[in-house]
Design a protein around this ligand. Structure first.
Ligand code: PLP
Length: 422
């Protein structure tokens, strides 16, 4: 039998935070890698975040003091490991305003979306159905549905975005008109355009027409308050490593009633109640979706990261990053020959850009030599780049430790970069 799961609070409390604004220069000191390299500007947090000491300590402590397999042993160390692992699940639930039995551990956003496609999608979709995705999905939000659509014969539809990088919501009516859309897959924060999409509005629209909503929250959970109930989501995915946690751990949240109806997607140990040679029965939620030994330390590390975020205050984080991002957008827009990709009303902490006459890989290499780490390529969003008439772009992305001084260095280096390559 599995250990009882602590239940998370159904709502994330939202209290005004009257502490002084966060100071990124001070927070930088909490990241051992950054503290050891004072001149290094890490501007690639949208790809993966650096890890604060609190997370590294939690991982180290788990392996030193609590390491055993979970849900199996009856000796005290195994019980301690199980309590740490299930306690971490409860913390994720609280963080999202969910119930612990609605939190399924995965390897990350990609695996979470594949789980929805292979479990709910395979059981529910067929010819005559449609899945509506947006034109700004990360490949993780697209390809699992392409694979399943080819097998099950349903249609994929797309909600486009406009020149500013905003979804064209006025097209929703026509896309839903024939009543075939069963699921909407929408990225909460675009990893290229920066757009924060109005998920609440889309979810209300979809629900009125009987469709479910899957939210890719990979780029928002680390940066703002994300409450699954107020978003109106049915499924929500995020990755631990983009939220200051370890790689290899992530979360699929889904409404309990939905998870109950969904079949397992992987078979093996721990996801079963009983096994006979020919046939098995399934474990209760959420274990039905967690076959095999999980990433126990990863779960513990992710919970430490979420605690750390909460100790800073999620509204303070959002405010500090909003102000830093506005500053960065202003500085970058003033660089001659630089075109920002997207001018959304509400932007997450990132800015992708094209520097006239310079290949994005050359931009990233030039900046890299100056101690500035930015990403270049299609950022796993090729359709977005195709829509913008580009093969690739460069992207600077920010975190709680990003300083205005680093943004100034970035803007000044980009001016030199363009001069160097022209
Ligand atoms: N969705 C978005 C918006 C992302 O930015 C990313 C990663 O870049 C993913 C999904 C995939 O996340 P992971 O590789 O952690 O599964």
């Amino acid at each position: 039998m599995s250990a009882p799961i602590p239940r998370g609070a159904p709502e994330t409390p939202s209290r005004p935070d009257d502490r002084p604004p966060l100071d990124p220069a001070v927070l930088r000191g909490e990241f051992p890698l950054l503290a050891a390299n004072p001149d290094f500007a890490y501007l690639d947090s949208a790809a993966t975040t650096q890890k604060p000491g609190a997370v590294l300590d939690a991982l180290d402590r788990f392996y030193r003091e609590s390491n055993a397999n979970v849900h199996r042993g009856l000796y005290p160390l195994a019980e301690k490991a199980t309590a740490a692992y299930e306690g971490a699940r409860g913390e994720v639930a609280r963080f999202l305003g969910a119930l612990a039995r609605e939190v399924v551990w995965t390897r990350g956003t990609t695996e979470s979306i594949n789980l929805v496609a292979q479990s709910w999608g395979r059981a529910s979709l067929g010819p005559g159905d449609a899945v509506l995705l947006t034109g700004m999905e990360h490949h993780a939000g697209l390809v699992p549905w392409q694979i399943l659509a080819a097998e099950r014969g349903f249609e994929l539809r797309f909600l486009p975005f406009d020149a500013r990088g905003e979804l064209e919501l006025e097209r929703l009516e026509a896309l839903f008109e024939d009543g075939r859309v069963r699921l909407v897959g929408v990225v909460h924060g675009s990893n290229v355009l920066g757009t924060i999409n109005p998920v609440e509005r889309i979810a209300a629209f979809a629900h009125e027409r009987g469709a479910l909503v899957l939210v890719d929250a990979a780029q928002t959970v680390p940066h703002r308050r994300v409450d699954v109930r107020s978003l109106g989501a049915d499924f929500l995915a995020f990755s631990g490593h983009k939220a200051y946690g370890p790689t290899g751990i992530g979360v699929l949240w889904a409404r309990e009633a939905l998870l109950e109806t969904m079949p397992p997607w992987q078979g093996g140990g721990d996801m079963i109640l009983s096994v006979r040679l020919e046939k098995s029965t399934w474990n209760e939620l959420p274990y039905k979706f967690e076959a095999g030994t999980p990433d126990i330390a990863g779960a513990v590390g992710l919970a430490a990261a979420l605690r750390w975020l909460d100790s800073l205050g999620r509204d303070r984080i959002a405010e500090a990053e909003r102000s830093l991002t506005a500053y960065a957008v202003g500085r970058l827009a003033a660089v001659e020959g630089l075109r920002l990709l997207g001018e959304p009303d509400e932007r997450g902490p990132l800015a992708a850009f094209d520097l006239e006459g310079v290949h994005p890989h050359d931009v990233a290499q030039f900046l890299g030599k100056e101690g500035l780490a930015v990403r270049s390529g299609h950022h796993c969003a090729q359709p977005v780049h195709r829509e913008l008439g580009l093969a690739a772009s460069a992207r600077a992305s920010f975190a709680v430790h990003t300083t205005r001084d680093e943004i100034d260095r970035l803007a000044e280096a980009l001016v030199r970069c363009r001069r160097y390559f022209s």
